[in-house]
Design a protein around this ligand. Structure first.
Ligand SMILES: [Zn+2]
Length: 260
């Protein structure tokens, strides 16, 4: 599941391939994508030049010379593949950006839950998001204030993109383990010291993941401390990692290191 580090890496790959290029056509290959990006929107982006690619949380914003923005969210399994015009579109390609200079970029997505939508010049394209999770200017007071309004489990609060944008299921679990905070602790009950520890831990796990995001797809899972490690030993205390379900999502934690 792509979270901030993986989306940042994907945006970096996209940026290198598309900045300054003109969109010749957009092929929309999946019915769900056609509903989100209808033919009138495809007609509107033809001939536009791509000026910037930015990331906000887990969203990617592709800005066009026309002032419009293509907003992309990978959801569960989305990713970019850059290829040449004469190559067949990759397996599970859902949307293909056909650019000048023999560059095609496919949105590859086995689950087909990704979204690509066009936002017209000046229209508000993003949902309400909190500060970016890797923004170094975020202060613990801001983070703490967002937590203090949430009487839900801290793991669930961390997934709320209005608290910190970009954190998902994997890095929320990893950060809580690093900060030694029980995922079921109530968000609003965290002391300032624990808020600070958690904010530091979120930054630390995201920075580490960003450093390895380029190798992510080759290496696969296996670089985590708790995520997807049910019954395996905790690297800190040796006791077994546990899995519970919170808000419909799996949470992995060490019941010894992360006592309530
Ligand atoms: Zn442990």
């Amino acid at each position: 599941m792509p979270e901030l580090p993986e989306v940042e890496y994907a945006a970096h790959v996209l940026r290198a391939a598309v900045i300054g290029r003109t969109i010749r056509n957009v092929r929309v290959l999946h019915p769900a994508q056609r509903r989100r990006l209808p033919s009138r929107d495809v007609a509107r982006v033809r001939g536009a030049q791509i000026t910037t690619v930015e990331r906000r949380g887990k969203h990617q914003l592709i800005s066009l010379s026309t002032g419009d923005t293509l907003l992309v969210h990978f959801r569960m399994t989305g990713d970019w593949r850059v290829h040449r015009a004469r190559d067949d579109a990759p397996r599970y390609a859902r949307v293909v950006l056909e650019l000048d200079g023999d560059v095609h970029v496919s949105l590859v997505d086995p689950r087909a839950l990704s979204t690509v939508t066009l936002h017209r010049d000046g229209s508000d394209s993003l949902p309400v998001l909190g500060p970016d999770a890797v923004d170094p200017t975020v202060r613990v007071e801001t983070f703490g204030a967002a937590l203090s309004r949430r009487r839900v489990a801290i793991k669930v609060a961390l997934l709320d993109q209005r608290v910190l944008a970009g954190v998902g299921n994997i890095y929320a679990a990893e950060a809580l383990w690093l900060a030694r905070i029980n995922p079921r602790a109530i968000a609003s009950s965290l002391t300032r010291a624990r808020q600070q520890r958690l904010l530091d831990a979120v930054r630390s796990v995201l920075a580490k993941a960003q450093r390895s995001a380029g190798r992510y797809r080759d290496a696969g899972v296996g670089r985590f401390e708790v995520y997807d490690r049910e019954r395996l030993p905790c690297s800190r205390c040796g006791r077994a990692i546990r899995r519970i379900v919170q808000a419909g999502r799996s949470t992995y934690f060490c019941p010894h290191c992360q006592r309530r």
